[in-house]
Design a protein around this ligand. Structure first.
Ligand code: HEM
Length: 522
């Protein structure tokens, strides 16, 4: 199989900083690792027809493949040579990497019941109370109950709809900030702008409040979590864990402690408020979870952290990727603007209710998610029993890495796969909701993203407003040819370089005013 890559593989600086937080302790860790591995025994593959894979090094197996370049690129290259199901020994961890839509279908649909668990992760242990949350929970009764409550109570259509006005107000606030900066001819970093919006949106959905001190702290916690990365050295070399030479284990533990302390004060305040008054304000997620007697206080905290961790950077960075691609392709940006002007006109602002009538906009969203799925390697799955995949034997307790990035760029499936071309989704039944295995930005099957519907609405709405009601300019002297797509690898893959933009009003002032968007600059 051949996977096309258009992004320059940077250097190992990225991954090393993900692994170690940039610490010089990394070198010390490697020396100790070498000594400790002498007494370390990896659980070896036993019997059967093993999936193919590159030659492994003594003791560390294939771990070095994660150290050079970005893992989703390195793994795509390995798949080009060894096929869509590759066997890797990453220190003590046995893993298979899936890099085709056919094998993804087998894992996420035909054998979803076997592969829908999660491996034990140090991040889950340290921050998410040993995986008692939703994202990192193994497939067990606790998980099934939590997923049911998330589906019926927190992410039901009705609940998502009940936050529509909040989403509108938060997007307006973003525009107001952008226009005020633009009016003063100041450039604004789009990622910062969007992250602030989504953090405010999430905290209001969760806790009804939008307190700045609390948000700042949550933003820092979420940042630390994202920067911690999926690949914690000690997870692959468990003998190193007590020594914590990379400092990652300690760092994650501290993030957990800081978060729990903050949440304790939020929950205490809420319980006090609830006992003082019979409030008739809208229920938020905290109310719903506290009212569910099935969950302990600790579980409530980790469920909320799931949403903070999964709900912010994912949507905001997808918007940043979309605007990046639109700026790189002025003809596509123009076509989208023409659609918006035709369908919405220039007398009013676009509303969420318009989104289904904007076919090209939807195609832009899908194409962005195809080329830039922010969880490039998904969230790891785990086999609960031995099975066969694509004719190969996969033992129980194998970690499954789905290279969602490479699957959606498979040249066997996609014509001109690295080209940003939304029209490939026009008049096509293919969508990004987990029914078509050639593009899986939200995963598929039992573990499919809980926030997909919310994300699709918020992302499309923000892009529509930015393109319809704003003029967006690059810093002076730069053209569309200067807009890069360099990536930074972490829990999510984001733009490496900031996208600084000058954002100004595109429509007559009155149009914004009538929609309820007031400005202090006029
Ligand atoms: C563009 C935005 C988003 C993308 C691309 C995305 C992608 C994903 C992916 C790939 C997974 C893993 C699926 C698997 O294991 O196979 C996932 C899981 C999850 N996502 Fe999202 N996500 C997005 C937004 C959100 C939002 C807004 C929320 C909540 C507010 C959310 C909540 C979750 C949760 C709770 C899970 C865990 C599901 C489980 O393990 O059962 N996501 N997401």
């Amino acid at each position: 199989m051949r996977v096309a890559l258009d992004i320059e593989v940077r250097d190992m600086e990225d991954l090393i900083s993900v692994l170690t937080g940039g610490s010089v302790q990394f070198l010390a860790a490697l020396v100790f690792l070498y000594v400790l591995l002498k007494i370390f025994k990896r659980v070896r593959y036993t019997g059967g027809k093993r999936p193919p894979g590159p030659p492994s090094l003594p003791l560390i197996g294939h771990f070095h493949h994660l150290l050079f370049g970005m893992p989703h690129h390195s793994l795509a290259k390995i798949a080009e040579k060894y096929g869509p199901l590759v066997w890797l020994e990453l220190g003590a961890v046995n893993a298979v990497v899936v890099t085709s839509s056919d094998v993804a279908r087998e894992v996420l649909k035909t054998q979803d019941h076997i592969f829908a668990s999660r491996p034990p992760l140090i991040m889950a242990e340290m921050v998410f109370n040993k995986g008692q949350d939703l994202i990192f929970s193994p497939l067990n009764d606790n998980y099934r109950l939590a997923r049911k409550i998330f589906t019926t109570e927190l992410f039901s259509e009705k609940r998502i709809d009940s936050f529509k006005e909040l989403r509108r107000q938060m997007t307006f606030r973003t525009l107001r900030t952008a226009f005020e900066e633009g009016h003063a001819d100041r450039y604004i970093n789009l990622a910062d702008l969007m992250r602030n919006q989504f953090l405010s949106l999430t905290t209001q959905m969760l806790f009804r409040t939008d307190g700045h001190a609390q948000n700042k702290e949550l933003l820092e916690i979420s940042d630390e979590l994202i920067n911690a990365g999926w690949f914690v050295l000690e997870e692959f070399f468990p003998l190193l864990k007590p020594l914590d030479l990379s400092g990652q284990v300690r760092r994650l533990k501290k993030i957990g402690e800081r978060y729990y302390e903050l949440m304790d004060s939020i929950i205490d305040n809420r319980l006090k408020e609830n006992s003082n008054s019979k409030s008739n304000t809208e229920e938020d997620f905290l109310d719903v979870l506290l009212a569910t007697s099935n969950f302990s206080r600790l579980q409530v905290k980790v469920f909320l952290l799931d949403i903070i961790g999964a709900g912010n950077d994912t949507s905001s960075e997808t918007i940043v990727w979309a605007i990046t691609e639109l700026l790189r392709h002025p003809n596509i940006m123009e076509r989208l603007q023409i659609e918006l002007d035709d369908v919405i006109g220039k007398e009013r602002l676009v509303e969420e209710a318009d989104l289904n009538n904007l076919e090209y906009l939807q195609a832009v969203v899908k194409e962005t998610l195809r080329l830039h799925p922010v969880f490039v390697l998904g969230v790891p799955h785990y086999s609960t029993e031995a099975t066969k995949v694509a004719g190969y034997d996969v033992p129980a307790n194998t970690r499954v890495i789905l290279n969602l990035y490479a699957i959606a760029r498979d040249a066997k499936v996609w014509e001109d796969p690295v080209k940003f071309d939304p029209s490939r989704f026009l008049n096509s039944p293919v969508d990004v909701r987990g029914h078509h295995y050639e593009v899986l930005p939200f995963g598929a099957g039992r573990r499919k993203c809980m926030g997909m519907n919310l994300a699709l609405v918020s992302v499309a709405y923000n892009i529509a407003l930015l393109i319809h009601s704003c003029t967006i300019s690059l810093p002076e002297g730069l053209t569309h040819l200067d807009v890069d797509v360099e990536e930074k690898f972490g829990v999510t893959v984001v733009r490496r370089n900031p996208l600084n933009l000058l954002i100004k009003r595109r429509l007559p002032l009155d149009v914004y005013r009538r929609a309820g968007l007031q400005f202090s600059d006029v």
